[in-house]
Design a protein around this ligand. Structure first.
Ligand SMILES: [Zn+2]
Length: 693
């Protein structure tokens, strides 16, 4: 993955091996084309990503509309160029095709990283601007209609005003909202303050995201310095041509006096485009477990660690931030307080070192838990820094303690403060001193903060969060492991940097409030999203102790046909039955095709089939996802459709050792049955010439 730059006439082309972005100097230097090679391969834009200063009128049919994309003679300069960073500066005028230039020039610096593009726009008034402008759009996006799902997070402003006492609003971290882009003149999503996040995507194929940087002052007060005004951040379906539109308008003042524009206006935002691999989601790492046996008051034994490795577990997360205790470890006596080093007394440090050694001995990776939004009072740096680093919200400048049984997780801190540098050096120290293989991050999510020691106005934590993940990838290298918990807050740019995203912790929490396993087609669209990072679901909330066993089995069989792994130590005996069946393989060599692709055709709708395919092996996953009773069915597969030419193959199921079926033609049809919520794996192996002799 490295950034390449080329120029063709008036077009500047940037390519990172996964996508190609084209700027056109005849269209204001705006981004006019984005092609994701292993997505649809088509240009997903139907018009340039533009900025505009306009006068919307309810009466006039044609109204002044000054846009950078209308400048046919933009200037460009490369300010920086390396394999992991290209800074492209573009200068253009805002022009209305009938009225000519407005007298505002826009200088845009596109800061290309491999995982995201940070876009800095500066608008400079070069002369007296007439008082006519009432709508300002910054980097609005129009895509092809195939991007028909959306995800967005509300503005901080709305969350502050919410009264529902649930975690998301309590700490002002708006939770992601998801939906279909509807064929309606009504917006699919709309917010009248700058949203934390906006994304449209073609489920499991490709997508695009944009969101403002941490500097909320630019977005909330830049154009009207002395008071609140209306913005419009929205997702619409629009027509002629049919398209999906993300609107980013920091000013939408149809019913107020026009803007008085003078001097300079700055807006910084992000663009995220998925780095989709030829095989789609890389499933090299899927299975995650832990080494602490909290309920049994001990660390895992060597035999248990060996067993995990044999069963296909690849990553151990040492997640131990809760002071909630058990038995020999009563409340508050044994946990890893966020930011403390060393985290434990010498005897437990020895146990930790031993566990790291054993995990490595059996070929697995081990990563510690880090929290980018809380710091525990036991950390040495706490006392001196907490008021400087605390994330504050509300009028009272008080610390927000996240109390729990046995103590607390810590105090809310802000990634736009000195805490960010502390956390980076802490991560480096923990990983390099103890020999961990990477990092697990809880909640990589932007949140609101009004601690004015961090900025001169209210801000969000997003810049620090994205820099943190980028820093960690550089620290641990390509072979290192990064897992992030993203339930509340998806980011394409984070997926581009990590191995696994943990999602779906909210099955029975806000805002679903449902019990049990979701219907097969009702798992969040986040499971597919933009086809980059593997998803491990953290849906233990649906399977609290005491839930009927059928609910657990239902969850597992549905995960199996969706290619999801399940992140919960307590349900290991159940998901182990899936990991075991994929153990010993390099799953990065396989492309997963889920049950909706219909590559496995089944004559009973209660049974679903998915597959993993490589050059030499197809693994068919069959699941009775819908019925508590035994279901009879036959399944078939057309090997041509799977990209296999005629070959001699062996078929064996996970229930049978011998005999293996040898099949020569390309269509396979097998009768079988599955008990309630049971799954079964078949392995189709190509026999090479040597074996034929
Ligand atoms: Zn802050």
């Amino acid at each position: 993955m490295s950034l390449q730059l080329s120029q063709k006439g008036k077009q500047i082309i940037i390519n990172n091996g996964f996508w190609e972005v084209i700027h056109d100097l005849r269209k204001g230097g705006c981004i006019c084309s984005i092609r994701i090679f292993n997505g649809s391969g088509k240009n997903i834009l139907v018009s340039p990503i533009a900025s505009y200063f306009s006068q919307y009128s309810e009466i006039d049919w044609v109204y002044p509309d000054f846009r950078d994309e209308k400048d046919r003679d933009a200037k460009a300069e490369i300010l920086k160029k390396s394999s992991d960073r290209i800074d492209l500066q573009v200068k253009a005028k805002l022009i209305d095709i009938n009225l000519g230039p407005l007298g505002i020039e826009v200088e845009t610096i596109y800061e290309y990283h491999n995982a995201y593009i940070k876009v800095h726009r500066i608008f400079r008034c070069r002369k007296k601007i007439p008082d006519i402008i009432n709508v300002v759009g910054i980097g609005s996006i129009e895509t092809i209609p195939e991007l028909d799902y959306w995800c967005a997070r509300n503005s901080s402003r709305r969350e502050i005003n919410e009264t529902a006492r649930e975690y998301a609003t309590f700490v002002h971290m708006p939770i992601a909202r998801w939906g279909r882009v509807e064929s309606s003149n009504y917006p699919s999503y709309i917010e009248f303050h700058p949203s934390h996040y906006l994304c449209v995507f073609n489920r499991g194929v490709e997508g695009i995201e944009t969101f403002p940087n941490s500097n909320l002052k630019e977005w909330e007060r830049g154009l009207v310095p002395d008071g609140d005004r209306c913005a419009r951040f929205a997702i619409y379906k629009k027509f002629n041509p049919t398209r999906t539109v993300i609107i980013c308008e920091p000013h939408f003042g149809l019913w107020v006096k026009p803007l008085k524009l003078k001097g300079e206006y700055r807006f910084t935002s992000y663009l995220g485009i998925p780095n989709v691999s030829p095989k789609g989601v890389n499933k090299k790492y899927m299975w995650i477990n832990g080494v602490l046996r909290i309920n049994k008051n001990r660390w895992a034994s060597e035999d248990e660690i060996k067993e995990m490795a044999k069963s296909g577990v690849q990553i151990i997360i040492h997640h131990h931030d809760s002071p909630y205790g058990h038995g020999l470890w009563p409340d508050g006596s044994f946990f890893w307080p966020d930011g403390k080093y060393p985290p434990y007394e010498p005897v437990e440090m020895k146990n930790l070192e031993r566990s790291i050694h054993l995990v490595h001995k059996y070929g697995m990776k081990i990563i510690p838990y880090f929290n980018p939004f809380e710091l525990h009072p036991f950390a040495e740096v706490f006392k001196k820094n907490i008021y400087n680093w605390a994330r504050m919200f509300g009028k009272k400048r008080k610390l927000f303690h996240n109390y729990t049984k046995g103590g607390e997780y810590g105090v809310a801190v802000c990634m736009q403060s000195g805490f960010a540098d502390f956390l980076k050096s802490y991560i480096k120290k923990v990983i390099t001193t103890l020999g961990f293989d990477g990092a697990y991050f809880d909640g990589i999510s932007s949140a609101y903060c009004n601690n004015l020691r961090h900025a001169d106005w209210e801000h969000t934590t997003v810049d620090g969060m994205i820099e943190l993940v980028e820093y960690t990838r550089e620290l641990v290298g390509k072979e290192g492991i990064i897992v992030t918990h993203q339930t509340a807050s998806p980011y394409i740019c984070v997926e581009n940097l990590v191995d696994i995203c943990v999602i779906m912790e909210d099955v029975s929490g806000y805002p679903s409030f449902q019990k049990g396993t979701p219907e097969l087609d009702c798992f969040t669209p986040y499971c597919d999203f933009v086809n980059v990072a593997h998803k491990a679901i953290c849906a233990y909330t649906a399977l609290r102790p005491g839930c009927p066993e059928d609910e657990i089995k239902k969850m597992m069989v549905r995960c199996a046909v969706k290619g999801l792994s399940f992140y919960s130590n307590q349900h290991y005996p159940y998901w182990r039955e899936i990991s075991l069946r994929l153990a010993g393989r390099d799953m990065s060599e396989y492309k997963f095709e889920d049950y909706r692709k219909n590559l496995v055709v089944i004559d009973n709708p209660k049974v679903k089939g998915a597959l993993y395919k490589s050059t030499d092996e197809i693994i068919v996953v069959l699941g009775n996802t819908e019925s508590p009773k035994e279901e009879h069915f036959s399944w078939s597969i057309d090997l041509n459709k799977c990209g296999w030419k005629e070959a001699k193959i062996n078929i064996v199921s996970d229930k049978q050792r011998t005999p293996q079926l040898e099949i020569y033609n390309n269509t396979i049809n097998i009768s079988d049955s599955l008990n309630g919520y049971e799954f079964k794996f078949y392995y189709l192996k190509k026999l090479h010439d040597k074996k034929l002799i």
